[in-house]
Write a protein that binds this ligand. Structure first.
Ligand code: ATP
Ligand code: MG
Length: 180
């Protein structure tokens, strides 16, 4: 599965709509300090359902919305979309292209969309579980994450192997079934 395109509007420093297209191979994002490189990885984590604002380097969820500058007024909402090439069918949806979108308003309400249809956060988690992109997966590795993994307790490290092996989603479904 390939991330084809990234779009953001109103997310952190991106007051204007930005679009980035990715090809095969490695893409590196370079730029001066404070130019927004990490904001791009924050946006990717966020749209994949990240709920911890600390992980996104903010104090409250609203902090992901463009806060204004000396020349521009703050915005009322932020939106990020990831467009995946799903021709290998890794995502269990019958589409060659899958777009995941998250939008947030100053009220704090988040909306999620799969291929432009409104869905729940749970649908995003279900879609991504076992693909390596889900919660706590290794698709985005933050600056301190490597140390953290090395220092993890055995049980915590096991969760990473379970996600990599694609077991997490079955454990999750089992937990849900037992709760009913
Ligand atoms: P470095 O090379 O230092 O890691 P970077 O390119 O990763 O820098 P980021 O951390 O992505 O930079 O961007 C930081 C910038 O984003 C800061 O200038 C900060 O003011 C701005 N920023 C963060 N949140 C918001 C927001 N909600 N509204 C407007 N600007 C924001
Ligand atoms: Mg950075």
């Amino acid at each position: 599965m390939l991330l084809r395109k990234f779009e953001a509007y109103g997310f952190k420093s991106f007051a204007d709509k930005i679009e980035m297209e990715f090809g095969q191979g490695i893409t590196a994002i370079v730029g001066p300090n404070g130019s927004g490189k990490s904001n791009i990885s924050d946006a990717i984590r966020w749209v994949l359902g990240e709920q911890s604002i600390r992980t996104l380097r903010g104090a409250k969820m609203e902090d992901v919305i463009f806060a204004g500058s000396s020349e521009r007024r703050p915005l009322g909402a932020a939106e990020v979309s990831l467009i995946f090439d799903n021709s290998d069918g890794l995502l269990p949806l019958d589409f060659n292209e899958v777009t995941i979108t998250r939008r947030i308003f100053r009220s704090g309400d988040s909306e999620y969309y799969i291929n432009k249809s409104l869905c729940r956060l749970k649908d995003i988690h279900d879609l991504l579980a076992g693909t390596g992109l889900g919660r706590d997966a290794m698709a985005v590795i933050g600056q301190n994450r490597v140390d953290e993994v090395l220092n993890n307790k055995a049980e915590e490290r096991r969760l990473l192997f379970e996600e990599a092996a694609g077991i997490t989603k079955y454990k999750q479904r089992k937990r849900e079934a037992l709760r009913k």
